[in-house]
Design a protein around this ligand. Structure first.
Ligand SMILES: NC(=O)C1=CN([C@@H]2O[C@H](COP(=O)(O)OP(=O)(O)OC[C@H]3O[C@@H](n4cnc5c(N)ncnc54)[C@H](OP(=O)(O)O)[C@@H]3O)[C@@H](O)[C@H]2O)C=CC1
Ligand SMILES: CC(=O)[C@@H](O)[C@H](O)COP(=O)(O)O
Ligand SMILES: [Mn+2]
Length: 394
């Protein structure tokens, strides 16, 4: 354990992961100091977090809200910044040890890359940035000597079950078993999926999360993004990752070995466990999570995923196999489609149609440069938006 207090920047402190991160940090003032906090639209909550944790910097990424934030924080010794370049600054600042990457979606890419380039300990919750830029992101981590620790519950579990955090066949690793809850519509017929609402989609059976990831869990796009995330994080081929539906979300994922052993990481579904693991690694830290009561759990169930009702999983796997910017195109189309679904401009089943249509309609290029990735992201957003307009007869 390091004796020095660690300085933490939290990208997306007003979100579900951000709030849980602050909850863990609050329990350990002797170990962590908050260097910077960031939010996008929740100005009141961001101001409240600043009053409690007194960071050096606060960034409101949406510049419209800067004046309100200033008014709310009058007299506080925290420097107030706005805009996306400020996010990169607080993610790469020389006084920062740990960066929690918890902005939702592609908006996290540039600050996450800045943290990686600056050699920080990067706690990666934002899976979209890795899906978009897999090879580039992993190369950046390796070149800078940064430490990358997965916070996504499944990947954190896999990391804990692998011998050295990597898919090593020399050490007898056979396969990664990526668990999926199946989401709120696991038992819905294809017919009934036509009419499901945003309120139903965000009501995840086991986890309390932000709206976008909750819809992704309902469509199984979350598992598709996580499939790609696992391949990059652990240097796996597509056939070394198997998705297993496990409705209880008590096993957070598993690793199988050539001798027939299967190692699982288990616990109550509460993100404070992987967050505490990432913050304290290689130590362990009390997180406030209730111990798992196996008698209460009683049963663990497993099923195969159904890609007929949930085509997003198959689309994501295919995009990874296609390579280049295909995963970035998939991600961008999905972000646009989910936003349209949440605002009643697209049906639930329309999400996979928009993603598939965009993958077919936008040309794929090499993903070697950041410029190519950002170009694919922009093209895919434009294409998906116009597709939704056409689907709505406009
Ligand atoms: N929630 C969970 O349990 C899990 C989440 N993850 C991943 O972690 C990430 C965050 O998820 P979650 O916390 O649920 O999401 P939330 O929607 O709860 O929070 C998102 C955060 O990002 C900020 N934000 C939104 N848009 C922008 C933008 N354009 N620029 C900068 N900041 C922005 C939000 O600010 P504001 O709220 O102020 O608008 C908020 O702080 C996602 O990538 C998700 O996939 C992974 C595993 C589990
Ligand atoms: C908590 C977490 O990591 C989420 O990504 C969660 O896994 C969503 O659950 P499903 O996508 O399996 O429904
Ligand atoms: Mn997950």
């Amino acid at each position: 354990m390091s004796d020095r207090i660690q300085s933490v920047s939290i990208l997306g402190s007003t979100g579900s992961i951000g709030v849980n991160t602050l909850d863990v940090i609050r329990r350990h003032p002797e170990r962590y100091n908050v260097f910077a906090l960031t939010g996008h639209s929740q100005v009141e909550l961001l101001a409240q977090q600043c009053r409690e944790f007194q960071p050096e910097y606060v960034v409101i990424s949406e510049p419209r809200h800067e004046e309100v934030l200033k008014a709310l924080l009058g007299g506080l010794n925290t420097e107030i910044l706005s805009g996306s370049s400020a996010l990169e600054m607080i993610a790469s600042h020389q006084d920062v040890d740990i960066v929690m990457a918890a902005i939702v979606g592609a908006a996290g890419l540039l600050p996450n890359l800045a943290a990686a380039k600056a050699g920080k300990k990067v706690l990666l919750a934002n899976k979209e940035s890795l899906v978009m830029s897999g090879q580039l992101f992993m190369n950046t981590i390796e070149d800078s000597g940064a430490t990358l620790l997965p916070i996504d519950s499944e990947h954190n579990a896999i990391y804990q079950c692998l011998p050295n955090g990597q898919m090593s066949s020399e050490l007898g690793v056979d396969k990664v078993l990526l668990t999926a809850s199946g989401g709120p519509f696991r038992n819905f017929s294809l017919e009934s999926l036509h009419n499901v609402t945003p309120a139903q989609a965000v009501a995840h059976p086991n986890w309390s999360m932000g709206q976008k990831i909750s819809v992704d869990s309902a469509s199984l796009m979350n598992k598709g993004l996580e499939f790609i995330e696992a391949c990059w994080l652990f240097n796996c081929d597509a056939d070394q990752v198997e998705v297993v539906v496990h409705p209880e979300s008590v096993i957070h994922s598993m690793v199988s070995y050539v001798d027939g052993s299967v190692l699982a990481q288990m616990g109550n579904p509460d993100m404070r466990t992987p967050i505490a693991y990432g913050l304290a690694w290689p130590d362990r830290l009390a997180s406030g999570v209730k111990p798992l009561d196996l008698f209460e759990v009683a049963q663990l169930n497993f099923e195969k995923p159904d890609t007929t009702r949930f085509p997003c999983l198959a689309l994501a796997k295919q995009s990874f196999k296609d390579g280049g910017c295909a995963p970035a195109i998939l991600n961008a189309a999905n972000e646009i489609a989910v936003a349209a679904f949440l605002t009643d401009k697209l049906s639930f089943l329309g999400i996979s149609q928009v993603v598939e249509g965009t993958l077919n309609g936008v040309e794929n290029h090499s993903s070697e440069s950041l410029e190519n990735i950002l170009y694919a992201d922009k093209k895919a957003r434009d294409y998906a938006s116009s597709l939704i307009q056409r689907m709505n007869g406009k």
